[in-house]
Design a protein around this ligand. Structure first.
Ligand code: C5P
Length: 423
């Protein structure tokens, strides 16, 4: 099978050209650090095109940025010469990643509303590349509920935020709101989507969404999974350079670009599709909310409401995750644990019982996790854990995928070649 691999931001890897970063600079005092940031990004092999807002000019000279980036700085939507050389839509397409640093409270508020009233805001709206922000502002501006609401809504749309850090501020106060230092920021951006591609050459199978267990021709048992977390994981794995097969229960989501999607309904169908997709796979991530039980029989005709009560007989559905973990040799196996109480304890027990390489645990119920755009995960593995704080599901998925790649590197498993043995 030939896979269309990766979205647009995989172009750098496919062409073996330098990753292209569009660096947006907005008007905060931390802008004085951006010539150094450009150098740090270039040190890592990126081509950097700077776009400044009018207020950024108050803090850093365009000429300095032109000197370190080796490219003319873009500032205006209305510059006929610059537009003739590379129009703003072309510029939006050019980027593999857009980084706005510093991102002021004002600029984030404009992003939330989809404003297109200057060149940088227009580019952020017009690009399909991942958007990364390095917020920087006074601590009270950062903690203000208006800013925090804007941050939450940007995260929910998959925007990645780096920082802010805590410490002494230019305004003389101390607290949260400092831009990350250029070295840290360059490292964070490269560790993220599309640039370091830690899963290049790997095949990843992801299961997502709910399953439907038929009772009769018109009814089924299901659950509240929306598939958003699993779809985000599939997208993040694809951005990290992997060939991705997404085995999906019924959800109302489009397949992420570059991902091969296989649609199923029941737990049994998902079991078959996952095992078929696992040939040659290096990683299996079970993010689906698979039914634990299925009806013992499926009624051939619609069940009539005759008796005052009715009893359904259910039998255990196949445990896909455990069956994959039992393969020999097997891929790197990641499970999810949705728990309503004692989350970490139950998840750690599941990690050991099902012999998983990693488990991502989250609290569910009372409006948490299911069908939400945000989530928080505690990721556990043998001898380790990492807390992924509340964030948009795509942002979380990117961090989870980075952890998977890091653990695989640590284990240095031999790549691929899963033999298809059913237990
Ligand atoms: O045991 P529990 O259902 O809580 O485990 C959740 C994990 O197991 C998830 O990764 C889910 O995708 C997987 N699972 C499965 N097959 C089942 C039930 C759960 O693969 N029948």
């Amino acid at each position: 099978m030939v896979f269309a691999r990766g979205g647009r931001n995989n172009a750098a890897m496919n062409d073996r050209r330098a990753p292209r970063i569009l660096l947006g600079i907005t008007g905060g005092i931390a802008a004085y650090k951006t010539p150094d940031l450009v150098r740090r990004l270039r040190e890592r092999g990126a081509e950097v095109q700077v776009v400044m807002t009018v207020s950024a000019r108050q803090f850093v000279a365009p000429l300095a940025l032109q000197a370190v980036s080796g490219r003319e700085v873009r500032e205006s939507l209305w510059d006929p010469a610059a537009e003739a050389a590379m129009g703003h839509i072309e510029l939006a397409r050019w980027a593999d990643l857009v980084l706005v640093a510093p991102a002021t409270a004002e600029f984030m508020a404009r992003l939330v509303h989809g404003r297109a009233d200057d060149l940088l805001a227009t580019l952020c709206l017009a690009t399909a590349a991942p958007l990364h922000l390095a917020p920087a502002m006074n601590r009270l501006m950062w903690s203000n509920p208006a800013t925090q609401a804007n941050v939450a809504s940007l995260r929910a749309r998959g925007v990645a935020l780096h920082g802010p850090a805590s410490g002494e501020q230019a305004c003389g106060e101390t607290g949260e709101g400092r831009m990350l230092e250029p070295v840290e920021l360059a490292e964070a951006v490269f560790a993220g989507v599309g640039l370091s591609r830690p899963l290049a050459g790997r095949k990843v199978v992801v299961s997502a969404g709910p399953t439907r267990e038929r009772l009769d021709p018109v009814r089924f048992l299901t659950n509240r999974s929306s598939g958003k977390m699993g779809y985000a994981v599939a997208q993040a794995a694809c951005e990290a350079g992997a060939e991705v097969v997404l085995v999906s229960g019924p959800v109302a989501l489009p397949a992420p670009p570059g991902v091969t999607r296989v649609d199923v309904e029941s737990a049994r169908q998902m079991y078959e599709a996952v095992h078929a997709a696992l040939r040659g796979a290096d990683v299996y991530i079970g993010a689906a909310a698979v039914a634990d039980y299925e009806p013992a029989q499926v009624a051939p005709e619609k069940i009539k409401k005759e008796a005052p009560t009715m009893t359904l007989e259910l039998v255990k559905a196949p445990d896909i995750l455990a069956s994959v973990a039992a393969l020999e040799p097997r891929p790197f196996v990641v499970g999810f644990a949705a728990e309503t109480q004692r989350v970490e304890e139950h998840a750690r027990a599941k990690l050991e019982r099902k012999r998983l390489d990693m488990i991502a645990a989250n609290r569910v119920g009372d409006g948490l996790a299911f069908d939400r755009d945000e989530n928080a995960l505690t990721v556990l593995w043998d001898g380790g854990r990492e807390e992924l704080m509340t964030a948009g599901k795509l942002d979380l998925a990117r961090r989870l995928v980075a952890l998977v790649a890091a653990r695989m590197a640590a284990q240095s498993r031999p790549a691929s070649n899963v033999v298809h043995v059913r237990r």
